[in-house]
Design a protein around this ligand. Structure first.
Ligand code: ARG
Length: 560
């Protein structure tokens, strides 16, 4: 059994084809009746208009041709010629009992996400990319895609020449530095570079040594990268991210491809020299002043930059990883960059039109003052600190609860609250990092959904064995059941639009329908077939909540 709505649509189309030889998309809408499972189609009005026939007559002929008695009550014709369909409760029950499953799409999606920078702490901007990226990968995998995660870590560039040269000058062993130490080293070397021309010259030579693979230089660089990656792994662990070390394919991985990328662009006559830099000027890309905007593929000092690396990455993802679709989860400020990279890569023939490349852009995390989130001193807020404060907040809420594993639950609730807040509004919007709101047990929050799941788990453990859904008498039951049948369609929609908030909204609707169901329909105190059926409905709801939260990367504890 697949989702009910598409089946109804197909049957209506078939009736139109049989009666009128036309093919229309029937556009079914849920009707405004208070009970659910009612649909209305305006197909007869559209056909009537197109063919100059009376819509009510068209409706009568459509209904006569419509084979739908296995799914719906006898169709009714209403008003000017609407066709009203009402699902049989058995149809709904069957759809809940046999949820849709996905099969392999035979397509590979490469997802570029998280992408922190070496020698810097992960900050709240990386939270969004990591949380959204994880959720999208889960959803895409569930929907039948083969997903390849790529953590495009910022581990390459001129700053490593400065930092290594600074280390050598200060006589500090690279091994003695942790991530904080690296961050301070970076700040010192930056100042030094800007103030001292001799040092700057040495740093530039050091970059050349790094890029050409000088062993001593590479060893020091490697150490900085490893220290940073160890730290990122700790954040991923706390966050419950799926990212693994094997997913790290940093900017450095493309070093050897860069000269070839530039040479190919040159051969294709796509490059122009401008102030000593090699640039591609693409039609339609103009700056504020109206001047053409360059994609700088080789800088005037001969070094390659961020854009060249991204071009090499596109090429690698298409030709080596065999991507059928490429997704970049990066904040909205890089929209122009990706627009230009995709355009240039298509022009150069590295990104075929059959492979969509999508920038999954997202807004900024704001502090309580409505400005980009900063510490009181104006520094970046460390992601670990934020996450730990969320867990502490959740822990305080759990005080006095019995039968819960306090530490594990506080972690699940605190982290879940932060993730859900990030995922639940349109990702293009900015949002305020407000822990009180995130951990609230009411409203559209992570803890509200987790609580709905935990309460169902408790109910089911008291209920004993569960069977199948057999009857759906009460409108509140019907509404809940109907929502449950929409799970797969929602997942598919998120896989298509890459908008995780749609799954959040769906799960919130399910949890709200569940609470009306509790109000209207006694479960444990009901009897016989009704009791068994309601228990089955609870079990199906629990599964949808558990699977849905799982796709969002949010744990669903059994008790809280
Ligand atoms: N590391 C970059 C930053 O923190 C983001 C990288 C995004 N991915 C890419 N392929 N350019 O801003």
């Amino acid at each position: 059994m697949s989702a009910v709505l598409p089946v109804l649509s197909t049957r209506l189309s078939a009736a139109a084809a049989a009666a009128f030889g036309t093919s229309y998309d029937p556009e079914l809408r849920s009707s405004t009746k208070p009970e659910f499972g009612h649909y209305q189609s305006n197909l007869a009005l559209r056909i009537g208009n197109a063919l100059g026939l009376s819509p009510r007559d068209v409706a009568a002929r459509l209904v006569a041709a419509l084979r739908i008695e296995d799914l719906c009550r006898t169709p009714e014709i209403a008003g000017p010629g609407f066709i009203n369909l009402t699902l049989l409760p058995e149809t709904l029950a069957k759809a809940v009992n046999e949820p849709e499953s996905f099969t392999s799409k035979g397509q590979r999606v490469v997802v570029d996400y998280s992408q922190p920078n070496v020698a810097k702490q992960m900050h709240v901007g990386h939270l969004r990319s990591t949380v959204i990226g994880d959720a999208l990968c889960n959803v895409l995998e569930f929907a039948g895609y083969d997903v390849v995660r790529q953590n495009h870590v910022g581990d390459w560039g001129t700053q490593y020449g400065m930092m290594i040269e600074q280390l050598l000058e200060e006589g500090i062993a690279a091994e003695s530095l942790d991530l904080e130490g690296l961050q301070r080293l970076y700040e010192r070397s930056r100042k030094h570079f800007d103030a001292d021309g001799t040092f700057a010259g040495k740093a530039r030579l050091r970059v050349v040594a790094l890029q050409s693979g000088d062993p001593e230089t590479r060893a020091m660089w490697r150490h900085m990268v490893d220290v940073s990656l160890d730290d990122f792994d700790k954040v991923y662990e706390l966050l419950g991210s799926n990212l693994e070390r094997a997913d790290v394919v940093g900017e450095s991985a493309y070093n050897d491809d860069l000269p070839r990328v530039v040479a190919e662009l040159e051969q294709q006559a796509l490059l122009t020299e401008s102030d000593g830099a090699m640039c591609a000027f693409l039609p339609g890309f103009l700056g504020r002043d109206g001047d053409p905007l360059p994609v700088i593929v080789r800088k005037s000092d001969g070094g390659f930059g961020y854009s060249a690396t991204d071009l090499a990455a596109v090429r690698h993802r298409v030709s080596t990883l065999h991507a059928d679709r490429i997704v970049y989860v990066v904040d909205h400020r890089q929209a122009l960059h990706f627009d230009m990279i995709f355009t240039l890569a298509r022009t150069a023939g590295w990104l075929p039109t059959t492979v969509p490349a999508e920038h999954v852009s997202f807004g900024t995390v704001l502090g309580p003052n409505g400005k980009p989130f900063k510490t009181r001193e104006g520094g970046t807020v460390k992601l670990v600190d934020l996450l730990e404060s969320a867990v502490a907040r959740a822990d305080a809420l759990l005080a006095g609860r019995e039968g819960v594993d306090r530490a594990a639950t506080a972690r699940a609730v605190g982290i879940g609250a932060v993730k859900y807040a990030d995922l639940s509004s349109d990702r293009g919007n900015d949002y305020v990092f407000d822990l009180d709101r995130m951990v609230a047990m009411t409203g559209n929050t992570g803890p509200y959904l987790q609580y709905a799941h935990a309460r169902l788990t408790r109910l089911l453990s008291k209920a004993g064995a569960t069977g199948e859904l057999t009857e759906l008498k009460d409108p509140a039951e019907q509404r809940l059941a109907l929502l449950l049948t929409g799970f797969a369609a929602t997942v598919e929609q998120v896989a298509e639009t890459l908008q995780p908030h749609r799954l959040c909204t769906y799960l919130y609707d399910v949890a709200s329908a569940l609470s009306s169901f509790y109000e209207q329909c006694p479960v444990l105190s009901s009897e016989g077939a009704t009791r068994a059926s309601r228990i089955a409905l609870c079990a199906a709801t629990r599964k949808v909540l558990q699977d849905g939260l799982g796709l969002l990367g949010i744990e669903a504890p059994d008790a809280m």
